[in-house]
Design a protein around this ligand. Sequence first.
Ligand SMILES: Nc1ncnc2c1ncn2[C@@H]1O[C@H](COP(=O)(O)OP(=O)(O)O)[C@@H](O)[C@H]1O
Ligand SMILES: [Mg+2]
Length: 303
Amino acid sequence: MTDQAERLRQIIENLKLKKEISQTEQFNSNPAHKARVIAVTSGKGGVGKSNVAVNLAIALSDLGQRVIILDADFGLSNVDILFGLTPENTLVDVMYKRKNILQVLSNGPKNTKFISGGSGARELVRLPKDKLISFIDHIKLLDRLADIIIIDTGAGLSDNVMGFLAASDEILLVATPEPTSITDAYAVIKILSHQSRLPVIKLIVNRAESQREAADILNKLSAVALKFLNVKLEPLGYILNDENVSKAVRIQQPFYMSFPKSQATRNIQEISKKLLNVGKNAQAGNYSGVKGFFSRLAGFVGN
Ligand SMILES: Nc1ncnc2c1ncn2[C@@H]1O[C@H](COP(=O)(O)OP(=O)(O)O)[C@@H](O)[C@H]1O
Ligand SMILES: [Mg+2]
């Protein structure tokens, strides 16, 4: 009986929340609207994932997309640092403290929104079923609030991250020209190739010295992945090594904002355009959305 009362309370709260969300300007009136969920990852750390996630989100927002960034790099979460933001609540508060999804959304630059994952992924697999149902009820509302959700994950070879990658429809794999970064990126592709459900993997070379060096790495990594793992990678683009990136990091601003004419910003703009075109041609309408993502992440098959 108390379980039923609790479920009823949740349903009523959720109806209220839906009404509140439907009045926000970002709301999409189509109930079947699904966000495109993109996980940004790498083999090893420190290669530029968070910078790609944050600045790409802003570039996509500039192109008219409603973008939400989810910081899911639990060990070294730093989207908030790059934004110079300190969010009050995290996804864990949605799971345990009855916070709703609007209460965990912070405003980032240029209409982007930001959610801190807290230690969310680890909690998710431990959640009792009633809390999990309630959490997914909440989180799926993001499908109506965003066109694109960019997830900044940790390095793919570390704990907990593979689940995030395997649950995604689309992965942006970031590698630098350093040999260790390339071999670790290959290792991530190899692990993913053993999963029953293979996401689309798009490759970004960061910190290249020239376009030529970037193209060479994109081609070679794509060729070995196809030959030895039978995985078709999509070369998405590159970002040149640019001192404006570290300058911006030091002042806790996305380089896209502080250095809008820099090489790095132009490269990110190229990548954002390509990402939207590719989406239009190949994948439009096939996204499984936020609900699909979190349901898979929780290993949960429900409605
Ligand atoms: N294109 C670039 N040019 C120059 N420095 C870069 C570039 N991308 C990243 N960096 C440097 O690498 C550091 C780590 O980047 P970050 O995005 O935090 O990596 P990760 O999220 O993969 O750990 C940044 O603080 C910056 O100094
Ligand atoms: Mg990071």
